[in-house]
Design a protein around this ligand. Structure first.
Ligand code: ASP
Length: 289
């Protein structure tokens, strides 16, 4: 009889612990970033958001090489996050990115998060010196990062000063919300809230007004609708040659021939890399109208 009693007691304890673990996992998977970094935390943000990995007419990452090198500075150990790619393409993509980083500079060691065992991924994020988050489908990327609380851990590292370089989908998730991605929602996501490294949203591959009049009109219409409905949000659309640099509170446009189209409520401003590229000033002037 005492044997049965202790067996029941043990099973009850196992059940209780499992329930607690499940509840904890549930919370972790749903950790949502709903505040912007404090001024102190923001001072450490060092990010480069590419609109495109390949600028038409150039080799992959060629247009961004100098800015990537500058952003990473003395950092060599880079964690590649390629969850925007479909799962069966991630191995090949990681191989390609490792080759491309070898072209950017000889000192880089690139590890791909997808190839690290699931129970070690959080530690890999906390331990890395820098991030490269590649493009593909933004919904897929965000969904994978919500699993296992990776999104919150990445943000923590970036707010501690780890450089973050994103491209396209990887740039979308650096903003507050992914609402201005060009992608189809091929999967569900807990929320469209993302890393919130800046008080704005990104739109990659933004058409250029002069070169692509019709496409430009379509995109501006969609962004116009977005900012009319989301009155507190700023949207920064960047053309393929362009890159958005975040250094603390400073937002600037990099990339030869790049243009940024900034929208807030019903107002718009254009910033060109041929002029001073000062996006912060444009955002401030829109917000103060
Ligand atoms: N599909 C794009 C990319 O990562 C993202 C976007 O257009 O919003 O290349």
């Amino acid at each position: 009889m005492p044997y049965f009693r202790s067996a029941i007691c043990l099973s009850f304890q196992v059940l209780l612990i499992s329930a607690l673990c499940l509840a904890l996992l549930g919370c972790m998977e749903n950790s949502v970033i709903d505040t912007l970094p404090s001024d102190n935390q923001r001072e450490n943000v060092n990010a480069l958001l590419l609109s495109a990995t390949t600028n038409p007419g150039q080799k992959s990452l060629e247009h961004a090489k100098a800015d990537i090198t500058k952003t990473f500075g003395s950092v060599n150990r880079i964690l590649l996050i390629n969850y925007a790619s479909l799962p069966n393409r991630r191995d090949a993509y990681a191989k390609r990115m490792k080759r491309e980083f070898a072209q950017i500079g000889p000192g880089y060691t690139v590890k791909s998060l997808h190839a690290i065992p699931a129970d070690q991924r959080l530690a890999a994020v906390r331990d890395t010196e820098g991030f490269y988050v590649s493009g593909g489908n933004t919904f897929l990327l965000l969904r994978e990062l919500y699993g296992g609380d990776l999104l919150v851990a990445i943000r923590e590292r970036v707010l501690q000063g780890a450089p973050y370089v994103g491209s396209s989908a990887g740039s979308n998730i650096a903003g507050q919300f992914i609402g201005t991605t060009n992608d189809f929602p091929i999967t569900d996501i807990p929320t469209r809230r993302a890393l919130g490294l800046m008080a704005a949203n990104f739109n990659p591959h933004h058409p250029d007004q002069i070169a692509e009049e019709v496409e430009f009109g379509f995109r501006q219409y969609k962004i116009g609708e977005y900012v009319a409905h989301n009155q507190d949000e700023v949207v920064i659309g960047v053309t393929n040659p362009g890159m958005l640099r975040i250094q603390g509170n400073m937002l600037s446009l990099r990339g030869e021939g790049g243009t940024a189209y900034i929208s807030y409520r019903g107002e718009k401003q254009t910033v060109s890399s041929l002029a001073d590229g000062d996006i912060s000033r444009a955002v401030e002037s829109l917000r103060s109208r």
